[in-house]
Design a protein around this ligand. Structure first.
Ligand code: ATP
Length: 238
C-alpha cells in the first residue's frame, strides 16, 4: 500500500531525506524511529504530497503521489501530533464535516457508530471539541479514518503527550485498524509503543534508514540498544 523508492528531499545544502526505500503492506504497522531532524516528518509530508521530492518516488496503492495528488489522498488518513479539529463543533459535527470533505455522507447514527468504534465515550459525542483531551481528539481522528474507509494511515507522533492509558488505548485502536487491512506508517519517539504495536520498525538518522527489523524478531531492550547505537550514544561514565 505504501512504497517509497529512493526518495530524497534536499533543502539547499541540507539533505532532509536521503534515498529512502521502504514498503508497508496491507495490515502492517511500520514504526519509524529516529532523533529530532532524522527525516520522519519529511517522509510523511512527501507521502501526503505536502512537499515535492527532489528525486525518487512515493506510491500509495500503486499510484505515484506526485502524479496523482488528489487520488492518493482518497486512500489516506493523517493524524499529526496535534490534530486540527474545529473546537466549537462537537465530535459528531467534526466527523460529519471531515467525512463530507472526503465525499462521504452519513446518518447521525452512522457517525456515532464510527465514534464508538474509535473508542470515544458516548457522553462525549455531542460535546464541543474544545472540551476534549488530546486522547479524545485522537479518537475522533481514528473515527475520521474509519468513516473515510482509509486504506493507509499516516501518523506523526500521535502518542506524544498521551498518558500511558490513553497511549495504550491508541495502540489497541491501531491494531483494530490493522486487522481491517489498513497499512500504517507511524513516526514516533516512543520505543515502547513501537515495540507494542508495530509489525516492522525502522531507525532513521540524518535522512537515512539505518536499520530495519520485524518487530517479532527483536525485544524491547534489543531495540533500545540498536537505537542508541545508531544514534552514537555514549554511555555516561560515573
Ligand atoms: P522530529 O522528531 O523533530 O519531528 P523529524 O525526524 O521529523 O524530526 P524532519 O522534520 O523530517 O525530522 O526534518 C529533517 C531535516 O530536514 C531536519 O534537519 C530539518 O531541519 C530539515 N528541514 C525540514 N523542513 C525544512 C524546511 N522547510 N527547510 C529547511 N530544512 C528543513
Amino acid at each position: 500500500m505504501i512504497i517509497i523508492d529512493h526518495l530524497t528531499k534536499r533543502y539547499g545544502a541540507q539533505t532532509a531525506l536521503d534515498q529512502l526505500n521502504l514498503k508497508v503492506d496491507k495490515g502492517e504497522i511500520y514504526c519509524l524511529l529516529g532523533a529530532n531532524g532524522a527525516g520522519k516528518t519529511t517522509t510523511i509530508n512527501l507521502l501526503l504530497g505536502f512537499i515535492e521530492p527532489t528525486s525518487g518516488s512515493a506510491f500509495i496503492n500503486q499510484l505515484n503521489v506526485r502524479e496523482n495528488p488528489k487520488n492518493t489522498k482518497r486512500y489516506l488518513a493523517y493524524i499529526p501530533e496535534n490534530l486540527m479539529l474545529y473546537p466549537s463543533l462537537t465530535a459528531v459535527e467534526n466527523l460529519d464535516y471531515f467525512s463530507g470533505i472526503a465525499g462521504k455522507t452519513f446518518s447521525i447514527s452512522d457517525l456515532k457508530g464510527f465514534l464508538e468504534e474509535a473508542g470515544l465515550q458516548s457522553q462525549a459525542f455531542n460535546k464541543r471539541i474544545s472540551t476534549f483531551s488530546k486522547g479524545m481528539r485522537q479518537k475522533v481522528g481514528i473515527a475520521i479514518a474509519l468513516a473515510k474507509d482509509a486504506k493507509v494511515l499516516l501518523l506523526d507522533e500521535p502518542t506524544s503527550g498521551l498518558d500511558p492509558k490513553a497511549s495504550n488505548e491508541f495502540g489497541l485502536l491501531l491494531q483494530k485498524l490493522r486487522a481491517k487491512g489498513v497499512a500504517t506508517l507511524m513516526a514516533t519517539h516512543d520505543l515502547f509503543r513501537a515495540k507494542e504495536v508495530a509489525t516492522h520498525i525502522g531507525i532513521m538518522k540524518d535522512g537515512q534508514l539505518k536499520q530495519q527489523f520485524k518487530a517479532d524478531d527483536i525485544s524491547l531492550p534489543e531495540l533500545e540498544t540498536a537505537y542508541l547505537k545508531t544514534m552514537d550514544y555514549k554511555e555516561l561514565k560515573v
